[in-house]
Write a protein that binds this ligand. Structure first.
Ligand code: HPA
Length: 281
């Protein structure tokens, strides 16, 4: 299905509101919206004002695009995202990635809240994604297409950008682990049997987002870095799970998220935005 609005139309609207030309895109997941407060905002647009965007209706997701500076990097921040579980198709869910690409963004940091599957992953832990499992049951590139649809996903998450995240964690004194993220459709949480199965299949974390965006970002030849905040142990491994608990952990780690992501943006600005980075691949 083709989207009725083109990403270029939406990008034109955004460009009209600011002279900043963002190079780094940030997607702030459940409860991680506090990172916004560290951004020197030059323009702020509600998703309602942006052609092709759908308003965010999930508590903990704001639903605005901010263009500005973070750690010296020109950024476009998507505070809140649309999810497949809200009933949107994956073209709609991933449309903002195409808009970021049309704006000239070269790299995206996709953040999310996730359940920890691997033993030792505790609420509040930070995990850089090394790979993913798409168990949503759909692919955002399905459809008549136009752009290349047989996208190589051998290395979705850029080791170079992950290195910046590791350095950022060292600088800010935070522990950063690595892991494989399994995306499921939700909105119910998993059963313990599903969590055992996901673990045996190689998942360290489970969540309901990120993967469709990462796939489309790669189609658009943007570099991708994924960051999960573990908000709970996955089903069967700890207590009960609730969205309120997910948001509460997000609030608890808000200042860590700000420090980590600001330090990442600084390293990005120093190494990439200065034009020293490797070309889009
Ligand atoms: N499962 C799926 N999605 C999630 C979880 C979980 O345990 N925690 C936060 N998002």
């Amino acid at each position: 299905m083709n989207h009725p609005v083109t990403p270029e139309e939406s990008a034109r609207r955004i460009r009209g509101g600011t002279t900043t030309r963002p190079l780094l895109g940030l997607v702030l997941g459940s409860g991680l919206g506090a990172v916004m407060e560290a951004v020197r905002s030059e323009a702020c647009m509600a998703y309602e004002e942006l052609p092709g965007f759908v308003p965010s209706r999930v508590p903990g997701h704001r639903g605005e695009l901010i263009i500005g500076q973070l750690g010296g990097a020109p950024v476009a921040v998507l505070s809140g995202r649309a999810h497949y579980y809200e009933g949107h198709d994956l073209h709609t869910v991933t449309f903002p990635m195409r808009v970021l690409s049309a704006l000239g963004v070269r790299s995206v940091l996709l953040t999310n809240a996730a359940g920890g599957i691997r033993p030792g992953l505790e609420p509040g832990d930070w995990v850089a994604l090394t790979d993913h499992l798409n168990f949503i049951g759909a692919n955002p590139l399905r459809g008549p297409g136009g752009a290349e649809r047989f996208v190589d996903l051998s290395e979705v998450y850029s080791p170079r950008l992950r290195g910046f995240l590791r350095q950022a964690a060292d600088q800010t004194g935070l522990k950063l682990q690595e892991g494989v993220y399994a995306a499921v459709s939700g909105p119910s949480y998993e059963t313990p049997a599903e969590v055992r199965a996901l673990g045996r299949l190689g998942a360290d974390l489970v969540g309901m987002s990120t993967v469709p965006e990462a796939i489309v970002a790669r189609q658009c030849r943007m570099d991708v870095v994924g960051l999960s905040c573990v908000t709970n142990k996955a089903a069967g491994l700890g207590g009960n799970i609730s969205h309120d608990e997910v948001l509460a952990i997000g609030r608890r780690v808000a200042s860590e998220a700000q420090r980590l992501i600001t330090a990442f943006a600084s390293l990005y600005a120093a190494n990439e935005a200065a034009g020293e980075g490797s070309p889009r691949s």
